[in-house]
Design a protein around this ligand. Structure first.
Ligand code: HEM
Length: 360
């Protein structure tokens, strides 16, 4: 059974109106002090940018360097050539398409704490056939320290990986790349790449869907999943800041920028700029009926037109699949949960949302 159409409740009577989203004090201060501003000093060596035209100029004047890139930064001191990055992304895309072809599980219990429940569901859906030594690299605990991640990788790389999938399953194309490495050094590198490329799929999609549930569930049946997801990324952009290190092009773009300043472009702020959005703090998925996320001024959820996220074609269908399952099964936020924290982290999202079944 699908979620019933809600009677047209005024926003203040919708169940989400009783939920408060508590930003980490640094994020709350950013919103309080700089929302609606254009270019401003954040630190002695860092400039913040929230105005959409300035953000546009900064992001288009040069491409991101390899150390600014979120996914394909150098790995074990080795630069990742564009051709290798593209090939890894094709591999991830293939694995996600294979996972999406599988029949939807009739019975799956997605109630419980999110995003972890969604993370585990995606890990098993996409990487379920891969050996334990690879799947353990998806653990959220490994976020804690890079050192911990590398010790798990080093232990796992000590012996060749079995080419055989788990019984009744198939290896992902990403795991096959890892299994083809013939010595310890290459295996360590390949496992690092597995973590780099596969982990964000599980982490980002489960976070995005948890944010959506927190911000707006239960949703009206007629609201498309895409609108819900774009609106969630507006209010809680998973990639809330885009770093560009000091560079000779920048001072010419704005007198406030010094040659030694790093720049943080802040979708967190441009997505709530009152000059760009009606009712900027309200969750209104219907605004996306007439807006295009690729061209809406100031909307940078997947980055700038000059270099948009390479993972978005995998992220969106997976997030729609997950959100569709939650809506199909009438899951919503536990009414006893009235607040959720948004920690200061690279991936912005509510730290825990408890989902329960709301209907039959
Ligand atoms: C909700 C999910 C995601 C969001 C909101 C997101 C957002 C972004 C943003 C804003 C950028 C531009 C960064 C900049 O210009 O500095 C970007 C770039 C990129 N993203 Fe994503 N991303 C998501 C998921 C993923 C996933 C799952 C992958 C890969 C498996 C991925 C791979 C990339 C790559 C390869 C780039 C290009 C730069 C680089 O090499 O790192 N993204 N993404």
């Amino acid at each position: 059974m699908t979620q019933p159409s809600l009677p047209q409740l005024p926003p203040h009577l919708h169940p989400s109106a009783s939920r408060s989203t508590v930003f980490h004090p640094r994020l709350a201060a950013l919103l309080r002090d700089h929302r609606g501003k254009d270019v401003f000093r954040l630190e002695p060596d860092t400039i913040g940018v929230a105005g959409h035209e300035s953000a546009d100029r900064i992001l288009s004047v040069r491409k991101a360097t390899e150390t600014e890139r979120p996914t394909f930064k150098p790995l074990l001191g080795r630069s990742i050539a564009p051709a290798e990055a593209a090939s890894v992304m094709r591999t991830v895309g293939r694995d996600v398409r294979e996972a999406l072809k599988k029949p939807l599980p009739e019975k799956v219990d997605l109630a419980g704490p999110w995003p972890i429940t969604g993370h585990i569901f995606l890990r098993d859906l996409i990487l379920g056939g891969d050996p334990y030594r690879l799947r353990i690299l998806m653990s959220r605990n490994l976020e804690l320290t890079t050192k911990l991640t590398w010790s798990v990788i080093a232990a796992g790389a000590a012996f060749p990986l079995p080419m055989k999938p788990r019984p009744g399953a198939e290896l992902t194309a990403l795991a096959r790349r890892t299994a083809e490495a013939t010595n310890y050094r290459d295996r360590r590198y390949a496992m690092g790449m597995y973590r780099r490329a596969a982990a964000p799929v599980c982490f980002t999609v489960s976070t995005l869907v948890a944010n959506a549930m927190w911000l707006g569930s239960p949703f009206d049946r007629s609201t498309p999943d895409r609108n819900i997801l774009y609106e969630s990324m507006r209010l809680l952009p998973p990639s809330w800041n885009l770093l560009r290190n000091a560079s000779p092009e920048y001072p010419a773009l704005d007198p406030a920028i010094e040659a030694s300043d790093d720049i943080l472009v802040l979708p967190l702020l441009s997505h709530r700029d009152p000059a760009l959005w009606d009712a900027p703090d309200e969750f209104r998925p219907e605004r996306w009926d007439s807006l295009d996320p690729d061209t809406a001024p100031g909307y940078l959820a997947f980055g700038h037109g000059s270099e948009r996220c390479w993972g978005r074609h995998a992220v969106m269908p997976l997030a729609e699949l997950l959100l569709g399952l939650l809506r199909r099964d009438n899951l919503t936020v536990d009414p006893r949960q009235t607040s959720a924290k948004v920690p200061l982290a690279g991936l912005l999202g509510v730290d825990e949302v408890r989902l329960t079944r709301s209907g039959p």
